[in-house]
Design a protein around this ligand. Sequence first.
Ligand code: HEM
Length: 168
Amino acid sequence: MVIRLTARTSLVLFLFAFTASAMARLWPGPRTQWLLRHRRAFGLAFAFSHAMHLVAILAFARLDAAAFAQQTRPLDWVTGGIAYVFIALLAATSWDGAVRWMGVRRWRLLHTVGIAYLWISFMATFGKRIPMSAAYGLAVALLVAALVLRVIGSARVRQWCLSRRKIA
Ligand code: HEM
């Protein structure tokens, strides 16, 4: 239950951090500005929630090794392990000093690739559970909607639309 609960709290926190900039650009206002100001806190809260997911996973593995082996595949440790490395790197570099230390380009590359990998991880883990319950489709729909929002609200796409309007 804790593993499932933390996967779900992680999703909600991840989605807020994932869409904050796009929402602030698409719907400027006090609420979206608040979300944008607290985006880093949402990201760190996501990292904490997923650390709890890992703690619960390790507890499950210790308490019932046979059931744990039945529910996971060795590949999960590889794909999930990569996700945890990204989570640790993103959390460790989510302060202004890290941007200066790494340089904007490298910092942006790390955060873009890491966030994309986490989005795919959520899609894969929730998506594969849809045959068990259609309710998992809601998580997948939220992930797709968040991606669409992020693309539409991205600074580059909006700039491109504005330049097209000027030409027209
Ligand atoms: C070392 C890596 C990981 C292992 C061994 C692992 C293992 C597990 C286990 C045993 C469950 C419970 C299965 C069940 O009761 O149905 C679970 C659920 C889940 N995990 Fe992980 N996990 C890992 C990393 C991740 C990562 C990185 C994500 C996403 C970013 C993730 C997302 C989920 C989701 C969405 C669920 C289903 C929650 C639900 O049923 O609502 N897991 N995981």
